[in-house]
Design a protein around this ligand. Structure first.
Ligand code: ATP
Ligand code: LTN
Length: 330
Protein backbone atom coordinates (compact mmCIF):
# COMPACT_ATOMS: atom_id res chain seq x y z
CA UNK A 1 0.00 0.00 0.00
CA UNK A 2 1.32 3.46 -0.79
CA UNK A 3 2.12 5.77 2.09
CA UNK A 4 -0.36 8.42 3.18
CA UNK A 5 0.46 11.97 2.15
CA UNK A 6 1.22 14.79 4.56
CA UNK A 7 1.49 18.46 3.77
CA UNK A 8 2.23 21.33 6.10
CA UNK A 9 3.92 24.70 6.13
CA UNK A 10 4.93 27.75 8.10
CA UNK A 11 4.73 31.36 7.00
CA UNK A 12 8.02 33.12 6.34
CA UNK A 13 7.09 36.08 8.48
CA UNK A 14 9.39 36.66 11.45
CA UNK A 15 11.65 34.37 13.47
CA UNK A 16 10.41 30.93 14.45
CA UNK A 17 9.36 30.33 18.04
CA UNK A 18 9.26 27.45 20.47
CA UNK A 19 5.51 27.32 19.66
CA UNK A 20 6.26 26.69 15.99
CA UNK A 21 8.80 24.05 16.93
CA UNK A 22 6.73 22.10 19.46
CA UNK A 23 3.38 22.69 17.72
CA UNK A 24 4.55 21.93 14.20
CA UNK A 25 8.14 21.06 13.21
CA UNK A 26 8.87 18.55 15.96
CA UNK A 27 5.75 16.59 14.96
CA UNK A 28 6.75 16.65 11.33
CA UNK A 29 10.11 15.13 12.19
CA UNK A 30 8.33 12.31 13.97
CA UNK A 31 6.12 11.65 10.95
CA UNK A 32 8.73 11.55 8.22
CA UNK A 33 9.35 7.80 8.40
CA UNK A 34 5.77 6.74 8.16
CA UNK A 35 4.35 9.15 5.58
CA UNK A 36 5.10 10.68 2.23
CA UNK A 37 5.70 14.24 3.44
CA UNK A 38 5.60 17.63 1.74
CA UNK A 39 6.82 20.50 3.90
CA UNK A 40 6.83 24.00 2.53
CA UNK A 41 7.67 27.56 3.47
CA UNK A 42 4.55 29.64 2.88
CA UNK A 43 6.21 32.79 1.55
CA UNK A 44 3.17 33.80 -0.54
CA UNK A 45 1.10 33.80 2.61
CA UNK A 46 3.69 36.13 4.13
CA UNK A 47 2.73 38.85 1.67
CA UNK A 48 -0.53 39.37 3.56
CA UNK A 49 1.46 41.54 5.97
CA UNK A 50 4.12 44.11 4.99
CA UNK A 51 7.66 42.80 4.87
CA UNK A 52 10.99 44.30 4.06
CA UNK A 53 11.96 42.41 0.83
CA UNK A 54 15.46 41.48 2.00
CA UNK A 55 14.10 40.26 5.34
CA UNK A 56 11.45 38.12 3.65
CA UNK A 57 14.11 36.47 1.50
CA UNK A 58 16.34 35.84 4.52
CA UNK A 59 13.48 34.52 6.63
CA UNK A 60 12.52 32.07 3.90
CA UNK A 61 16.03 30.61 3.88
CA UNK A 62 16.27 30.67 7.67
CA UNK A 63 13.10 28.63 8.00
CA UNK A 64 14.41 26.15 5.49
CA UNK A 65 17.62 25.88 7.53
CA UNK A 66 15.60 25.31 10.71
CA UNK A 67 13.57 22.55 9.05
CA UNK A 68 16.77 20.68 8.18
CA UNK A 69 18.52 21.45 11.49
CA UNK A 70 15.49 20.20 13.43
CA UNK A 71 15.78 16.85 11.71
CA UNK A 72 13.71 16.93 8.51
CA UNK A 73 15.67 14.86 6.05
CA UNK A 74 15.63 16.37 2.53
CA UNK A 75 16.18 12.90 1.12
CA UNK A 76 13.06 11.53 2.77
CA UNK A 77 10.76 14.56 2.46
CA UNK A 78 9.88 17.02 -0.24
CA UNK A 79 10.93 20.36 1.21
CA UNK A 80 10.13 23.39 -0.91
CA UNK A 81 9.29 27.08 -1.14
CA UNK A 82 5.63 27.73 -1.96
CA UNK A 83 6.29 30.49 -4.52
CA UNK A 84 8.55 28.21 -6.56
CA UNK A 85 5.65 25.93 -7.38
CA UNK A 86 3.42 28.23 -9.41
CA UNK A 87 0.50 25.83 -9.19
CA UNK A 88 -0.20 27.16 -5.67
CA UNK A 89 -1.04 30.66 -6.89
CA UNK A 90 -3.04 29.26 -9.78
CA UNK A 91 -5.17 26.85 -7.80
CA UNK A 92 -5.43 29.52 -5.10
CA UNK A 93 -7.19 31.80 -7.58
CA UNK A 94 -9.47 29.03 -8.78
CA UNK A 95 -10.45 28.14 -5.22
CA UNK A 96 -11.12 31.82 -4.43
CA UNK A 97 -14.02 31.40 -6.82
CA UNK A 98 -15.38 28.47 -4.81
CA UNK A 99 -15.07 30.14 -1.40
CA UNK A 100 -17.73 32.40 0.06
CA UNK A 101 -17.23 35.80 1.64
CA UNK A 102 -19.39 34.65 4.56
CA UNK A 103 -17.10 31.70 5.30
CA UNK A 104 -13.99 33.84 5.09
CA UNK A 105 -15.37 36.49 7.40
CA UNK A 106 -15.80 33.91 10.16
CA UNK A 107 -12.08 33.07 10.28
CA UNK A 108 -10.62 34.04 13.64
CA UNK A 109 -7.13 34.42 12.19
CA UNK A 110 -8.51 37.02 9.76
CA UNK A 111 -10.28 38.86 12.56
CA UNK A 112 -7.17 38.82 14.79
CA UNK A 113 -4.81 39.95 12.05
CA UNK A 114 -7.22 42.59 10.78
CA UNK A 115 -7.36 44.03 14.30
CA UNK A 116 -3.56 43.96 14.54
CA UNK A 117 -2.96 45.53 11.14
CA UNK A 118 -5.90 47.90 10.85
CA UNK A 119 -3.98 49.99 8.30
CA UNK A 120 -3.51 47.05 5.92
CA UNK A 121 -6.58 44.82 5.78
CA UNK A 122 -5.85 43.63 2.27
CA UNK A 123 -7.78 41.20 0.08
CA UNK A 124 -5.01 38.61 0.42
CA UNK A 125 -5.43 38.55 4.18
CA UNK A 126 -9.10 37.84 3.61
CA UNK A 127 -8.66 35.07 1.01
CA UNK A 128 -5.66 33.55 2.83
CA UNK A 129 -7.57 30.32 3.61
CA UNK A 130 -8.31 29.64 -0.08
CA UNK A 131 -4.58 29.71 -0.84
CA UNK A 132 -3.97 27.45 2.12
CA UNK A 133 -6.64 25.08 0.79
CA UNK A 134 -4.79 25.07 -2.54
CA UNK A 135 -1.52 24.20 -0.75
CA UNK A 136 -3.15 21.18 0.80
CA UNK A 137 -5.40 19.97 -2.01
CA UNK A 138 -2.73 20.17 -4.72
CA UNK A 139 -0.92 17.29 -3.04
CA UNK A 140 -4.05 15.28 -2.25
CA UNK A 141 -2.85 15.34 1.35
CA UNK A 142 -4.50 12.93 3.79
CA UNK A 143 -3.13 14.54 6.91
CA UNK A 144 -2.11 18.10 7.82
CA UNK A 145 -0.13 18.41 11.07
CA UNK A 146 -0.65 21.88 12.56
CA UNK A 147 -1.11 23.67 15.86
CA UNK A 148 -4.65 24.00 17.14
CA UNK A 149 -5.01 27.59 15.87
CA UNK A 150 -5.03 26.29 12.28
CA UNK A 151 -7.91 23.85 12.68
CA UNK A 152 -10.46 26.37 11.46
CA UNK A 153 -8.48 26.68 8.23
CA UNK A 154 -8.54 22.93 7.90
CA UNK A 155 -12.29 22.92 8.24
CA UNK A 156 -12.77 25.49 5.51
CA UNK A 157 -10.37 23.51 3.31
CA UNK A 158 -12.58 20.47 3.73
CA UNK A 159 -15.68 22.52 2.95
CA UNK A 160 -14.10 23.85 -0.24
CA UNK A 161 -12.96 20.38 -1.29
CA UNK A 162 -16.36 18.89 -0.64
CA UNK A 163 -18.10 21.67 -2.57
CA UNK A 164 -15.80 21.14 -5.53
CA UNK A 165 -16.18 17.35 -5.44
CA UNK A 166 -19.96 17.67 -5.37
CA UNK A 167 -19.96 19.96 -8.40
CA UNK A 168 -17.43 18.12 -10.54
CA UNK A 169 -17.12 14.60 -9.14
CA UNK A 170 -14.34 13.18 -6.95
CA UNK A 171 -11.35 15.45 -7.46
CA UNK A 172 -9.75 16.19 -4.11
CA UNK A 173 -8.84 13.88 -1.26
CA UNK A 174 -10.47 15.03 2.01
CA UNK A 175 -7.65 16.14 4.32
CA UNK A 176 -7.72 15.71 8.09
CA UNK A 177 -6.06 18.08 10.51
CA UNK A 178 -3.69 16.49 12.96
CA UNK A 179 -2.94 18.25 16.24
CA UNK A 180 -0.61 16.76 18.83
CA UNK A 181 -2.33 17.21 22.18
CA UNK A 182 0.69 17.93 24.36
CA UNK A 183 1.83 20.89 22.25
CA UNK A 184 -1.36 22.00 20.53
CA UNK A 185 -1.11 25.53 21.84
CA UNK A 186 1.98 26.84 23.57
CA UNK A 187 1.07 30.09 25.27
CA UNK A 188 3.03 33.30 25.79
CA UNK A 189 5.35 33.42 28.82
CA UNK A 190 4.13 36.89 29.82
CA UNK A 191 0.53 36.47 28.74
CA UNK A 192 -0.40 32.80 29.11
CA UNK A 193 -3.87 33.53 27.78
CA UNK A 194 -2.52 34.26 24.28
CA UNK A 195 -0.68 31.81 22.06
CA UNK A 196 3.07 32.28 21.76
CA UNK A 197 3.42 34.04 18.43
CA UNK A 198 6.20 35.13 16.08
CA UNK A 199 4.64 38.54 15.78
CA UNK A 200 4.38 39.25 19.53
CA UNK A 201 5.37 42.74 20.59
CA UNK A 202 6.67 41.80 24.05
CA UNK A 203 9.87 39.84 23.35
CA UNK A 204 9.84 38.28 26.83
CA UNK A 205 6.61 36.54 25.85
CA UNK A 206 8.35 34.42 23.23
CA UNK A 207 11.23 31.96 23.06
CA UNK A 208 12.78 32.27 19.62
CA UNK A 209 14.57 29.22 18.28
CA UNK A 210 17.62 31.42 17.77
CA UNK A 211 17.73 32.68 21.38
CA UNK A 212 21.01 32.12 23.21
CA UNK A 213 20.89 29.90 26.34
CA UNK A 214 21.25 32.81 28.77
CA UNK A 215 18.39 34.64 27.06
CA UNK A 216 16.19 31.54 27.25
CA UNK A 217 16.94 31.15 30.95
CA UNK A 218 16.17 34.81 31.59
CA UNK A 219 12.86 34.65 29.75
CA UNK A 220 11.73 31.56 31.67
CA UNK A 221 12.76 33.13 34.97
CA UNK A 222 10.55 36.10 34.15
CA UNK A 223 7.60 33.94 33.07
CA UNK A 224 4.30 34.85 34.70
CA UNK A 225 3.03 32.28 37.22
CA UNK A 226 0.76 32.74 40.26
CA UNK A 227 1.08 33.15 44.00
CA UNK A 228 0.45 29.51 45.01
CA UNK A 229 4.01 28.26 44.54
CA UNK A 230 2.68 24.79 43.72
CA UNK A 231 3.42 23.02 40.42
CA UNK A 232 -0.01 21.71 39.50
CA UNK A 233 -1.73 21.42 36.12
CA UNK A 234 -4.86 23.52 35.72
CA UNK A 235 -4.97 25.69 32.58
CA UNK A 236 -8.05 27.55 33.83
CA UNK A 237 -6.82 28.73 37.20
CA UNK A 238 -3.05 28.38 36.68
CA UNK A 239 -2.44 29.22 33.01
CA UNK A 240 1.18 30.30 33.45
CA UNK A 241 2.37 27.26 35.39
CA UNK A 242 0.29 24.91 33.21
CA UNK A 243 1.89 26.33 30.09
CA UNK A 244 5.38 25.76 31.51
CA UNK A 245 4.35 22.21 32.38
CA UNK A 246 3.07 21.73 28.85
CA UNK A 247 6.40 22.84 27.41
CA UNK A 248 8.32 20.61 29.83
CA UNK A 249 6.04 17.69 29.05
CA UNK A 250 6.36 17.94 25.30
CA UNK A 251 10.13 18.04 25.54
CA UNK A 252 10.65 15.33 28.15
CA UNK A 253 7.56 13.21 27.30
CA UNK A 254 6.71 13.17 31.02
CA UNK A 255 3.04 13.20 31.98
CA UNK A 256 1.51 16.01 34.03
CA UNK A 257 1.29 13.72 37.07
CA UNK A 258 4.95 12.83 36.76
CA UNK A 259 5.85 16.51 36.56
CA UNK A 260 3.68 17.39 39.56
CA UNK A 261 5.43 14.66 41.50
CA UNK A 262 8.90 15.71 40.36
CA UNK A 263 8.38 19.24 41.67
CA UNK A 264 6.39 18.48 44.78
CA UNK A 265 7.67 20.73 47.56
CA UNK A 266 9.88 22.72 45.16
CA UNK A 267 9.31 26.40 44.48
CA UNK A 268 8.62 27.97 41.09
CA UNK A 269 12.23 29.23 40.84
CA UNK A 270 13.57 25.70 40.70
CA UNK A 271 10.82 24.57 38.34
CA UNK A 272 11.41 27.42 35.89
CA UNK A 273 15.15 26.70 35.81
CA UNK A 274 14.47 23.03 35.02
CA UNK A 275 12.08 23.92 32.20
CA UNK A 276 14.62 26.39 30.78
CA UNK A 277 17.38 23.77 30.96
CA UNK A 278 15.25 21.21 29.15
CA UNK A 279 14.51 23.72 26.37
CA UNK A 280 18.15 24.80 26.11
CA UNK A 281 19.32 21.21 25.90
CA UNK A 282 16.78 20.42 23.19
CA UNK A 283 17.60 23.51 21.14
CA UNK A 284 21.40 23.49 21.43
CA UNK A 285 22.17 20.87 18.76
CA UNK A 286 19.51 22.35 16.48
CA UNK A 287 21.02 25.82 16.82
CA UNK A 288 24.50 24.50 16.09
CA UNK A 289 23.39 22.70 12.95
CA UNK A 290 21.26 25.68 11.92
CA UNK A 291 24.29 27.99 11.94
CA UNK A 292 26.31 25.54 9.86
CA UNK A 293 23.56 25.17 7.29
CA UNK A 294 22.95 28.92 7.00
CA UNK A 295 26.65 29.32 6.21
CA UNK A 296 26.17 27.11 3.19
CA UNK A 297 23.72 28.84 0.82
CA UNK A 298 24.61 26.47 -2.03
CA UNK A 299 23.35 23.53 0.00
CA UNK A 300 20.10 25.35 0.75
CA UNK A 301 19.64 26.18 -2.92
CA UNK A 302 20.14 22.55 -3.88
CA UNK A 303 17.50 21.48 -1.40
CA UNK A 304 14.81 23.94 -2.43
CA UNK A 305 15.48 23.47 -6.15
CA UNK A 306 15.16 19.72 -5.89
CA UNK A 307 12.14 20.07 -3.59
CA UNK A 308 10.27 22.34 -5.99
CA UNK A 309 10.91 19.99 -8.90
CA UNK A 310 9.54 17.08 -6.98
CA UNK A 311 6.54 19.03 -5.64
CA UNK A 312 5.66 20.31 -9.11
CA UNK A 313 5.07 16.78 -10.39
CA UNK A 314 2.12 16.08 -8.13
CA UNK A 315 0.90 19.68 -8.05
CA UNK A 316 0.69 20.02 -11.83
CA UNK A 317 -1.12 16.71 -12.14
CA UNK A 318 -3.82 17.88 -9.73
CA UNK A 319 -4.07 21.34 -11.26
CA UNK A 320 -4.48 19.93 -14.78
CA UNK A 321 -7.25 17.66 -13.58
CA UNK A 322 -9.00 20.61 -11.93
CA UNK A 323 -8.70 22.77 -15.03
CA UNK A 324 -10.11 20.07 -17.26
CA UNK A 325 -13.06 19.62 -14.97
CA UNK A 326 -14.01 23.28 -14.86
CA UNK A 327 -13.46 24.07 -18.52
CA UNK A 328 -10.16 25.88 -18.50
CA UNK A 329 -8.08 24.96 -21.53
CA UNK A 330 -4.87 23.33 -20.28
P1 ATP B 1 2.10 34.69 13.41
O1 ATP B 1 2.34 35.11 14.79
O2 ATP B 1 2.86 35.48 12.39
O3 ATP B 1 0.68 34.49 13.08
P2 ATP B 1 2.69 31.99 14.11
O4 ATP B 1 3.79 32.01 15.12
O5 ATP B 1 1.33 31.71 14.56
O6 ATP B 1 2.78 33.30 13.23
P3 ATP B 1 2.42 30.36 11.78
O7 ATP B 1 3.28 30.46 10.59
O8 ATP B 1 1.09 30.98 11.71
O9 ATP B 1 3.16 30.96 13.04
O10 ATP B 1 2.29 28.87 12.24
C1 ATP B 1 3.09 27.80 11.80
C2 ATP B 1 2.72 26.53 12.53
O11 ATP B 1 3.08 26.62 13.90
C3 ATP B 1 1.22 26.23 12.52
O12 ATP B 1 1.04 24.83 12.40
C4 ATP B 1 0.76 26.70 13.84
O13 ATP B 1 -0.41 26.05 14.27
C5 ATP B 1 1.96 26.34 14.71
N1 ATP B 1 2.02 27.20 15.88
C6 ATP B 1 2.28 28.54 15.88
N2 ATP B 1 2.27 29.02 17.13
C7 ATP B 1 2.00 27.98 17.95
C8 ATP B 1 1.86 27.83 19.35
N3 ATP B 1 2.00 28.87 20.15
N4 ATP B 1 1.60 26.61 19.85
C9 ATP B 1 1.46 25.54 19.04
N5 ATP B 1 1.58 25.60 17.69
C10 ATP B 1 1.85 26.80 17.15
N1 LTN C 1 -1.61 29.20 7.70
C1 LTN C 1 -0.58 28.36 8.23
C2 LTN C 1 0.60 28.24 7.34
C3 LTN C 1 0.23 27.45 6.16
C4 LTN C 1 -0.12 26.06 6.16
C5 LTN C 1 -0.42 25.77 4.80
C6 LTN C 1 -0.20 25.08 7.14
C7 LTN C 1 0.12 27.91 4.89
N2 LTN C 1 -0.28 26.89 4.06
C8 LTN C 1 -0.83 24.49 4.45
C9 LTN C 1 -0.60 23.81 6.77
C10 LTN C 1 -0.92 23.52 5.43
C11 LTN C 1 -0.16 28.95 9.53
O1 LTN C 1 0.38 28.22 10.26
N3 LTN C 1 -0.39 30.17 9.80
Amino acid sequence: MSKKIILSGIQATGKLTLGNYLGAIDNWVKMQEEYNCYYMIANLHSLTVRNDPETLKNNTLKILAIYIAAGLDPEKNTIFIQSQVKEHAELGWILDCYTYMGELSRMTQFKDKAAKHADNINAGLFTYPALMAADILLYQANLVPVGEDQMQHLEITRDIAERFNKLYGETFVMPEGYVRKSSARIMGLQDPNQKMSKSATNLNDVIFLEDEPDVILKKFKKAVTDSENEVRFNPETKPGVSNLMQIYSSITSKTMQEIEKEFEGHGYGDFKTKVAEAVIEKLEPIQKKYKEILDNPKYLEEIYTKGAESARKLASETLNMVKQKIGIIV
